[in-house]
Design a protein around this ligand. Structure first.
Ligand code: 5GP
Ligand code: ZN
Length: 110
């Protein structure tokens, strides 16, 4: 997807520092962090949202990669978020798993 910012990040076009990467996914820090640790985990391939992925390996890998970053950063409490659709707060239409940690978080979410 030529114009997709996350495709470009995954392709290394911005020399983004990856906290984790493998053949299917990459993880990097959010540019506008909503918590002291705010990491995005994305598939290298372009899918608009979680409901557009039917490949179990990719869905599984997103979370396993998140878990690796959790371990790497020594985090104990954290939140995974996947905003799906505009009303849920999705602004980038290349699926991403948010990993948020380092502060107390409210419930229910806003
Ligand atoms: P959404 O609102 O779609 O769930 O989350 C999109 C996230 O991507 C936001 O937290 C936003 O700060 C982040 N983001 C948008 N553009 C960039 C970028 O170019 N680099 C990085 N690292 N994060 C970005
Ligand atoms: Zn993309």
């Amino acid at each position: 997807m030529g114009e997709c910012i996350f495709c470009k990040i995954a392709n290394g076009e911005f020399n983004t520092d990856f906290l984790y990467e493998d053949d299917l996914v990459v993880a990097f820090r959010d540019i506008e962090p909503q918590a002291p640790d705010h990491i995005l985990i994305i598939p290298r391939d372009h899918y608009i949202s979680i409901k557009d992925i039917s490949d179990e390996a990719i869905i599984g890998r997103l979370f396993l990669a998140g878990n690796k970053v959790v371990e790497q950063l020594g985090i104990s409490s954290f939140r995974y978020v996947i905003n799906t659709g505009k009303d849920a707060g999705q602004a980038v239409f290349h699926i991403h798993l948010h990993l948020l940690a380092g502060r107390k978080m409210g419930w229910p979410p806003g």
